[in-house]
Structure formats: structure tokens, C-alpha cells
Design a protein around this ligand. Sequence first.
Ligand code: ZN
Length: 324
Amino acid sequence: MKNRKVKIASGLLILIVIFFTACSNPVMRKWWANHLHTWEWTASTVWGMETGVCSECAETGGLRLAPDMMGEITAGSVALSNDFISYDFTVTLSAFKMGKYQITQAQYEAVTGHNPSHFDGGVGLEPEAGEEQKKRPVERVTWFDAVEFCNKLSVLAGLTPVYSITGKTLDVNGYRITDAVVTADFTKNGYRLPTEAQWEYACRAGSTGDYSIGIDGIEVTILNLEDYAWYSDFYSRTHEVGKKIANAFGLFDMHGNVSEWCWDRYDFYPNEAKTDYTGPDGGNDRVHRGGSYDLLAWQVASSHRHYAQPRDPYEQIGFRVVCP
Ligand SMILES: [Zn+2]
């Protein structure tokens, strides 16, 4: 009887030792718990990004946009006008954060492992003198690629992805997504594309004219648009992000450079006020906003709507991200 109690006690002791060994050993912990890493962030070699080391298991692999890359956009409302059709469609928006810059080629590559951009620095595709190649905006991304980027970055940053992406079809490159079924849960905390209303609200930054208002308080008109925007350059190319004057919300390149994919499907606006509107339910085309380096002034205006098939990559279309 006494011998049996000793056996039980020593058995328990061994279990306790195994338990504590497992808890303190990083490899065991990861296998055991598949735990959510607690990232500690330090500056990345990629401009505007930070890499994470887990403070509990020492694993590396976290990646996010540096917090100062995201502009704080306060709650408010915006009147959307369908270009030159003058009925008002007012959207009231909750506060959100928006990328101050278009996603760069280096940032895209750090997250996805690919740089699909046309303006890749090759012969005839060089950046302008004094500009950094890898800080040019990513382009030739399909709308599907843009939402997948948001999800991948969310996972790397320890956030919960917004999008469900199933049934992916890839093109001959093996990585560009040309079809998928995408649904969104906007209650999640991950990165996402701006809605069209968020985009225009952020672009306008309180202005009601054709263009934004600058961080210097000067309203942008066709007379000073070139101080704020890369546009109307029919033969040319994309430019390093952030080289022109920011708007009053601290956002760069809202007019021109590359046009920016938004979440919304394209259709006429509804004829009634909405709150946190996320676009129509039907339709295939997706909205992109802001216009590109090769377009005329009126085509890069705050209210000007562009749309394209979500499967098509263009060297004039990139994107920026938002988060709650
Ligand atoms: Zn960890």
C-alpha cells in the first residue's frame, strides 16, 4: 500500500515536470498551444514597415505597416455627387485610419513575395532621377490581389483578416488572382481596402471643390494641382510615393500617380443618405479612385469615379489600405 502511494506521487511529479518543461520551452509551447504571438516591433529594412519578434517564443515573422504610416481620419460625412450629376448622396462615416501612402512595391513584395509591377526599374521603366525604385507604388495588381494583400498583412500583423477569399483562379504567372469569391466582415480588425465613400471623404479632407485641400491649408485647383499630384503625363510613369504635398489629413498622392482600388462594386449611387455605406450588392466591376499619372486633371478630381473588372491588372492601378 505504501509502495503504491510513492508510485502515484512520483508519477504526478513527472507529469508536473513535463508540464512546466513544455510551458517554458519555445518549441514545445508553439506545438502545444499554437499560441497567438505577442509581437514586439522594430523598424524593418522595408521603408514604412516594422518586423515583429514574439516576446514569448522568440519566433520572428511579424510584419506590419509602421503606425505612423496610418493617418487618423475623424468621423464625419461626405456628399458624393456621381461626377457631374448633381443629386446629393450623403454618407456618414465612423472614424478610421488610412494609409498615408499608396502601397509601395517593396511593401507589396515583403508581404506577398512578388512584385508584379510594370514599372519595375528595367530598361525604359526606370524611376525619375532622385526617386527610389522600391518606393514607387505597386501596380498591375488585380482587385483580388489587393484584397488578398490586406488579408496576408493582417495575419502577419496579428490582426484578424476582414476578407474570406475562396475558389481562387491564378493566371499563368501562378500568383496573380484573376477570379475568386470574396466576402467581407467589416467587424474584424484587419487591414482592408477603403470603401468608395471613405476614399472620397479622406481625399476631400473637408474640401467641397474639384480637388482636395492641402496640408498647407491651400485649396487645390487646376492652377496648383501639379504641386499635389502626378497627372497628365501621357508617356510617362509612376513616381515614388509622397513626393508631392499631402492633403489636410496628411495623405499623399490622393490625386494621380496610380489610381486606387476601393472595396465597392460600381453602380449609380443610391438616392438616400447612408451610414458606413459599403457599395451595392450586385455588379461585377470594382471602383478605383484618384486617377493615374497619365490622366487629365478632371479625371483625377475628388469626385471622379473609375471602375474596372476585378480580374484585370493595369499599370495605372494600385491601392492603399485602411483599418479601424
Ligand atoms: Zn510566440
